[in-house]
Design a protein around this ligand. Structure first.
Ligand code: GDP
Ligand code: GDP
Length: 481
């Protein structure tokens, strides 16, 4: 059983336009077979990585005799009968009409979940209609423009949420999670052309270096704790591993680049890479308030996740930022740990300051996780480790090619790349070339002409759409027609 979405609404609100948009010209699977009455306009729709069946009830307006109301009732009944989710459209430029209210009333009586869409919302003309739509009692309307493709990500959120819920329901009923849940899995067979593209070895920077099996076999998560002297790194490390061995012997860290300790947290093997030697040396050398770039590089060599420890008294100053940038440039996952939270008097001001600094000074990575702890008291150390595991997971993420390409196609339609000097730049396919950190490659007709701002826009949108916060993300444009 495939998840089915029905589009309903009075004539002229934009149902067919939405249908066409969701089915997409490329897939063009409109079920317009002879012998099938026009009211059976159905298609395979996709929206980013969601795939579902869509029914357009626009045809019903012509298929039945009788009053408009009678026809609408037919529409509604059929939609409610067949669909897992009903999208009811109104025309936001016109506002709510009495017939829309009738419609909503019928729908509310049914059991099928309904999402209300205020279509034709581009520009300001639709604002009033959008507000008006609330009174239909169908929840928050999704501002949309079927003609211009605006609002797709909101629609996506709604559809994917309902799909998830429906899948969960089915999974509850069946002890096995086969069947429906399987049918809404992200599909990985996109188009033939893409297969060719995937076979194009040149396109990849290198192949995935790991299989799922490899991932399982992968060694412990390597975590480094860095930060300026006196922020509390030693205290933190000691608390984490609960032993003093690390810091007792003065020789411990000095002879090597780094020493490490392995332990387990919630079933995950962790390896704490300690640059204690470096740190202690700097302490011995009259506590110079710095952590040099070369020290950080050394720490990074052994780490996958880096916890940058800060003191609330000097939140993310120039030195901290240098370290943070370094971590990001090296493609490692970063978390920010504010220590000594127990003695911090103005917590709000510290958080605000940090937020501002992240926004202005590290805008390339959105959503870097921040945790506040007290190493001394052992407060929130589990939260910190949970966050470490979470960024590590994201750092390892692998997105299916089909979903990525749907996302790209959708985005290009809405926001095509600029045409410098009238030359159109074509972006064709996208694939994730590697993980750790997530690295994507897009084939582009004129990579050198594509403005960096557009690449950044793609990166940000991808990050948001696929929920990849806080880790470095790379996007390479590869020459391809
Ligand atoms: P249906 O009768 O509900 O299937 O509506 P159609 O899809 O045929 O659209 C009716 C009219 O509204 C057409 O002229 C569309 O071009 C127009 N239309 C559809 N969506 C939008 C939109 O988002 N904005 C604007 N301004 N017009 C739209
Ligand atoms: P390192 O140089 O970064 O390794 O910092 P240390 O671990 O040596 O800590 C520097 C000082 O800060 C010591 O006096 C610690 O006791 C103190 N300290 C560390 N963590 C905390 C904390 O969470 N709260 C408070 N109040 N003091 C802390």
């Amino acid at each position: 059983m495939t998840f089915t979405v029905a589009i309903v609404g009075r004539p002229n609100v934009g149902k067919s336009t939405l249908f066409n948009r969701l089915v997409g010209k490329r897939l063009a699977l409109v079920d317009d077979q002879p012998g099938v009455t026009r009211d059976r306009r159905e298609g395979d729709a996709y929206l980013f990585d969601c795939r579902f069946r869509i029914i357009d009830t626009a045809g019903l307006e012509e298929a039945f005799d009788g009053s408009l109301e009678a026809r609408m009732r037919q529409q509604t009944e059929r939609a409610v009968e067949e669909a897992d989710l009903v999208l009811m459209l109104i025309d936001a430029r016109v506002g709510v009409m009495p017939i829309d209210e009738h419609f909503a009333k019928h729908l509310r009586r049914g059991k099928t979940p309904i999402a209300l869409m205020a279509n034709k919302c581009e520009g300001k003309v639709g604002d009033e209609g959008l507000m008006d739509a609330y009174r239909l009692g169908l929840g928050e309307p999704i501002p949309f423009s079927a003609e211009h493709g605006l609002g797709s990500s909101d629609l996506y959120d709604v559809i994917s949420e309902h799909m998830k819920r429906a899948a969960e329901k089915i999974a509850e009923k069946e002890t096995t999670t086969k069947g429906f849940a399987k049918s809404i899995e992200i599909e990985d067979d996109f188009e033939n052309s893409e297969d060719e593209f995937l076979e194009d070895d040149d396109f990849f920077e290198d192949d995935f270096e790991e299989t799922e099996e490899d991932v399982k076999k992968r060694g412990p998560l390597q975590l480094a704790i860095v930060g300026r002297p006196n922020v509390g790194k030693s205290t933190l490390i000691n608390k984490l591993i609960n032993e003093d061995r690390l810091l007792t012997g003065p020789e411990a860290g000095i002879t090597r680049d780094a020493i490490s300790v392995e332990w387990e947290y919630e079933g995950h093997a962790l390896k704490l890479v300690d640059t204690a030697g470096l740190r202690r040396r700097s302490k011995i050398e009259d506590k110079v308030e710095k952590l040099s770039a070369s020290d950080t590089i050394r720490a990074l060599k052994y780490a996958q996740v880096v916890a940058l420890v800060l003191d609330p008294d000097g939140i993310l100053d120039k030195q901290d930022l240098t370290i943070a940038r370094h971590v990001i440039d090296e493609g490692r996952a970063l978390i920010i740990v504010i220590n000594k939270w127990d003695i911090c008097t103005d917590k709000d001001a510290v958080m605000q300051r940090l937020k501002d600094r992240l926004l202005t000074s590290l805008p390339q990575v959105k959503g870097i996780p921040v945790v506040t702890i007290s190493a001394l008291k052992g407060h929130k150390l589990n939260k910190m480790l949970d966050t470490v595991l979470e960024v590590y997971r994201i750092w390892n993420i692998r997105l299916p090619t089909a979903g990525l390409n749907r996302w790209l196609a959708e985005l290009l339609e809405r926001h095509p790349p600029p045409a410098p000097g009238g030359r159109r730049i074509k972006l064709k396919y996208i694939t994730q070339a590697r993980a750790r950190p997530p690295t994507f490659a897009i084939s582009c007709s004129l990579p050198e002409d594509l403005p960096a701002s557009y690449t950044r826009f793609l990166e940000n949108n991808l990050r948001q759409t696929f929920d990849i916060p806080g880790v470095p993300l790379r996007m390479h444009m590869k020459k391809g027609d």
